[in-house]
Write a protein that binds this ligand. Structure first.
Ligand SMILES: NC(=O)C1=CN([C@@H]2O[C@H](COP(=O)(O)OP(=O)(O)OC[C@H]3O[C@@H](n4cnc5c(N)ncnc54)[C@H](O)[C@@H]3O)[C@@H](O)[C@H]2O)C=CC1
Ligand SMILES: O=C(O)[C@@H]1CCC=N1
Length: 270
């Protein structure tokens, strides 16, 4: 399905907060005409009001795509109003955590053409990474459409099975929050060692941003890049001894954090 078909038949966005807004921004700057977008959101942001999208108005009967971007807790209230569209020729593309294909099929009917997508907030600057997977009703063309829409905000990867989605949410969907916390923790350590708050934050942000870019761009593995910083017997080695402790280091801590994420995701799906 081309952008032309989407602009002709319309795109409905259910919930246009941080994530829906980031995706919409990517699509509008990619050339999707604003008048072809219909947003349902009881609390539209000022930015959303400043676009020329159709806000809380009449919806097309059979839009090309419905993008679902409400919180999982709102889903049961918000989604059933669109049930008729799921009986027709509309693709449902959802970015919500927690809710499984089976959950959507219970709300919309088991004929629904559905793609689950898990983006992350660097989408707001076109640097997101989104994993997608379709239900058995989703055609290869539907997956192409979802892929093309989500490429508006960064890279897209395809999953082999829905059960990989939990780990994706645990790693990349929520992952930016872990990285932001790493920035906070590095800055706090710098401050505790006598740097001003501003300087410590500038150093931490630039280090995480630069190292992230280097890890993405370099042909070397992260392990080699780490070793390149580490002189034998030097200062980095002393810090890594703490961070790489098999019992108390970052690896077991991250393992626990991702497991907690997945457990919560499964609770939300109930
Ligand atoms: N923020 C993130 O990092 C990511 C979020 N997601 C998923 O995106 C979805 C949205 O999350 P955010 O954008 O962060 O939340 P948000 O709170 O920024 O946006 C949700 C929007 O839904 C609107 N809304 C509330 N009730 C509604 C209703 N009955 N009908 C229509 N709209 C309604 C709210 O006014 C708000 O604008 C969630 O399901 C979340 O799991 C997925 C990946 C990453
Ligand atoms: O915290 C959440 O539930 C959502 C899902 C991925 C990122 N934020």
């Amino acid at each position: 399905m081309s952008f032309e078909t989407i602009s002709k038949r319309g795109l409905v966005i259910l919930g246009c907060g941080r994530m829906g807004g980031a995706i919409l921004q990517g699509l509008l700057s990619g050339g999707l005409p604003a008048h072809s977008v219909h947003v349902i959101d009881p609390h539209p942001s000022d930015w959303l009001k400043s676009t020329n999208v159709q806000l809380n108005g009449t919806l097309p009967d059979s839009p090309a795509v419905v993008l679902v971007a409400v919180k999982p807790q709102m889903m049961a209230d918000a989604l059933p109003q669109l049930e008729a569209m799921a009986k027709g020729d509309t693709l449902f593309l959802t970015v919500a955590a927690g809710i499984t294909m089976a959950g959507y099929e219970r709300m919309l009917g088991d004929q629904t053409r559905l793609v689950r997508a898990m983006p992350n907030t660097p989408a707001a600057i076109g640097r997101g990474v989104t994993a997608i997977v379709g239900n058995p009703n989703a055609t290869p063309e539907d997956l192409e459409t979802a892929d093309a829409l989500m490429q508006g905000v960064g890279q897209v990867v395809r999953l082999e099975a829905e059960d990989q989605m939990d780990a994706v949410i645990g790693v990349s969907g929520s992952g930016p929050a872990y990285v932001f916390h790493l920035i906070e923790a590095m800055a706090a350590a710098g401050e505790a060692e006598g740097l001003s708050a501003d300087l410590a934050l500038q150093l931490a942000k630039a280090t995480v941003g630069g190292a992230g870019q280097l890890a993405e761009d370099s042909p070397e593995t992260p392990a080699t890049l780490r070793e390149n910083v580490t002189s034998p017997g030097g200062t980095t080695a002393a810090a890594l001894e703490v961070l790489m402790d098999p019992e108390t280091g970052l690896r077991p801590l991250m393992r626990r954090a991702v497991a907690a994420n997945i457990a919560r995701n499964r609770e939300l799906g109930k």
